[in-house]
Write a protein that binds this ligand. Structure first.
Ligand code: NAD
Length: 478
């Protein structure tokens, strides 16, 4: 379904994120017929280019990162005609009047802040000073949204001076993933799961987001951030919220976000012995984290595993184990819901103990698997075995799946539609930092050094020991 015509200004339009995700994503939506031809996309960045040069940058980005379904011949040229460029200095006056003259106020206006957070306040203020923003304009802001509660509050305040919360779209691209939205569909669209979705039936839940890459060229930034700020406070926290929240009364932005906020507010502080931090060491083909970040004494974590308790009626007694790291064995994001054993086995000891597990894969191969216990075929006596009921979305949905937009595409279209459901609200972000800050402050106060782990492993052995103390094991990263 096409959106209304719009003018989208991408501040930082020449940057890495714009070239890798935003511009190719817009092109794919254009190919899909979702962007009306009278829309306009204006790159705005400090580098000096004219529109022709910027179009060449866009074409190159689409060639490199475009992917997706092939567009018809000539569509790229058509798309490029919708592209314009203005050299703008977020901190000065350069370019602002010219930009204002190009933005058509009778259309939906969206302003994507694909620049460092240090410029958010400047951009918000100038959009108003140059009379580009009205009550219906939207701004899109990128992560990181602060590095602690104080900076997140300051950022929120700098935006709130000029924009209402209903106009601010804080992107967490995890929320744009098909399977993440499917979490809500599965939980609240079926009768099968929700009655069992509590501590009476669920033993524990694991959330693992594993990467095979190291810090790459982002060493300087990452050394000041670490896995807790870079991944847990935002992505893993969002997944936790969707898995643990109460059913909202309806699928509307504030109803959903109210319920997510309640989860964050119900999180217990995490005991130090319920967290393991890790840092990948040097290996045969890799110099290791400390070399990558250029600090031989760095105490920043590239891995974190933790046990979390949610203190409310639904979850009291059911722990959540979260784990994320770089340079691990495989690239995967998976949520595993481990149900309790049946209360009594009628099959005797030799049948063994069995339980159901629901695995929700976010990447790769988005899909779900439910382990069901059945009789082992052909065996004498009653021997039981767990078999997966496997549902790969790609297989189940067949050719339609090729049409599924990637996370950024979907989220940008949601901005144009004015739907904030999949964006983080200011109070959610602040609540997540309020929970995260004491953990990080504790590490700093204790001068805690992360445990070293091997590249290509499951992370530090202490993470296995932490969950083993509870008589449980991590599900394999594969
Ligand atoms: P980048 O350094 O590649 O690009 C920055 C852009 O900002 C450039 O276009 C530059 O011209 C522009 N810019 C810088 N100073 C400016 C000024 N004073 N006035 C106007 N324009 C100015 O950065 P990036 O990697 O594209 O990241 C942009 C934002 O997105 C950052 O907040 C980053 O944290 C976030 N982000 C990036 C990624 C990613 O994969 N690159 C992922 C998640 C979030």
């Amino acid at each position: 379904i096409p959106v209304e015509p719009f003018d989208l200004v991408i501040f930082g339009g020449t940057g890495d994120l714009a070239r890798r995700k935003i511009l190719p994503g817009l092109f794919r939506r254009y190919c899909a017929g979702q962007i009306p031809a009278d829309s306009q996309i204006i790159g705005a960045a400090r580098s000096e280019h004219d529109a022709t040069e910027f179009r060449a940058i866009v074409a190159e980005a689409i060639r490199e990162f475009g992917g997706g379904k092939a567009c018809e011949d000539g569509t790229l040229d058509e798309f490029l005609q919708r592209i314009d460029y203005v050299t703008v200095d977020a901190r000065g006056d350069t370019g602002w009047s010219e930009l204002a003259s190009k933005v058509r106020k009778d259309l939906i206006n969206a302003f994507y802040f694909s620049v460092g957070p240090g410029l958010f306040g400047d951009l918000a203020e100038r959009l108003h000073r140059y009379d580009m923003a009205d009550d219906d304009s939207r701004i899109v802001v990128e992560k990181p949204f602060g590095r602690d509660l104080a900076t997140a509050k300051a950022l929120n305040a700098s935006l709130a001076k000029h924009f209402d919360e209903t106009q601010i779209y804080r992107i967490d691209h995890y929320l744009g993933k098909e399977t993440v939205q499917n979490l809500m569909a599965v939980r609240f669209g079926n009768m099968l799961f929700e009655p069992l979705w509590n501590s009476q039936y669920i033993d524990h839940i694991q959330i693992s987001v594993a990467e095979t890459v190291g810090v790459g060229g982002r060493g300087g930034y990452y050394d000041k951030s670490g896995a807790m700020r870079d991944m847990v406070q935002n992505h893993l926290m969002q997944l936790l919220c969707l898995i643990a929240m109460e059913p909202p009364a309806k699928f509307d932005p504030d109803a959903v976000r109210d319920e997510k906020l309640k989860v964050i507010r119900a999180l217990d502080p995490v005991e130090p012995h319920h967290i393991v931090r890790g840092q990948y060491g040097p290996s045969a083909d890799d110099d290791g984290f400390r070399t990558h970040v250029g600090d031989p004494a760095s105490k920043t974590e590239s891995f974190v595993a933790m046990k979390i308790a949610i203190s409310n009626w639904r979850w009291a007694g059911t722990p959540f184990y979260l784990r994320t790291g770089k340079k691990l064995k495989a690239r995967t994001s998976e949520i595993t819901v481990v149900f309790k054993d049946a209360p009594h086995s009628i099959f005797g000891a030799e049948a063994g103990r069995h339980n159901n597990e629901l695995r929700i894969r976010l990447q790769p191969n988005e899909g779900m698997t439910l382990d069901v216990t059945i009789k082992e075929p052909g065996q004498g006596g009653m021997r039981l075995v767990d078999v997966p009921l496997d549902m790969s979305f790609a297989e189940a949905l067949g050719p339609n799946v090729a049409e599924v937009p990637d996370a950024y595409e979907r989220l940008i279209m949601d901005v144009i539609r004015g739907n904030q459901t999949l964006f983080m609200r200011g109070d959610e972000v602040e609540a997540a930092w309020a929970w995260t800050d004491p953990i990080i402050e504790g590490w700093q106060a204790r001068g805690e050094v992360p445990k070293t782990y091997d590249s290509g492993s499951d992370g530090p052995t202490d993470a296995m020991a932490m969950i083993a103390r509870d008589g449980r094991i991590w599900r394999e990263i594969k």
